[in-house]
Design a protein around this ligand. Sequence first.
Ligand code: SAM
Length: 109
Amino acid sequence: MTSGMPEDYRGSYLHKGADYGSDLSAGDINTYMTHCENRLLRKLVPRLFPERVPRYLDFACGTGRVTQVTEPMAMQSLGVDVSPNMLEQARQRCPSTQFFQIDITQGHL
Ligand SMILES: C[S@@+](CC[C@H](N)C(=O)[O-])C[C@H]1O[C@@H](n2cnc3c(N)ncnc32)[C@H](O)[C@@H]1O
């Protein structure tokens, strides 16, 4: 925070990356919620898209935490995030996904 102005949320992950992933594997409530989300995705996505998801977009994808679960269930997988550090992790995790560094509030798509 500078000069009394709240930090812009878009900037809050610019310098995060690998540490975001390690935060989520710390064995706390966030780890538990991630585990539950992954189980639900693996159960619900094939039920909703038995032939695979035609085109999947993870906006504000971060490190690809959700993308890596959904990517194998999609014919085309896309990820968008404003943070280059988060995207660097996502690209390593999700080799079949195309990632774009975009601020989704700015209407570039
Ligand atoms: C809490 S993290 C969540 C990441 C991922 N969706 C997950 O569930 O693990 C929020 C992400 O939103 C991204 N983000 C915030 N504002 C954004 C914007 N305007 N355009 C694109 N990405 C944005 C941040 O860079 C960050 O990676």
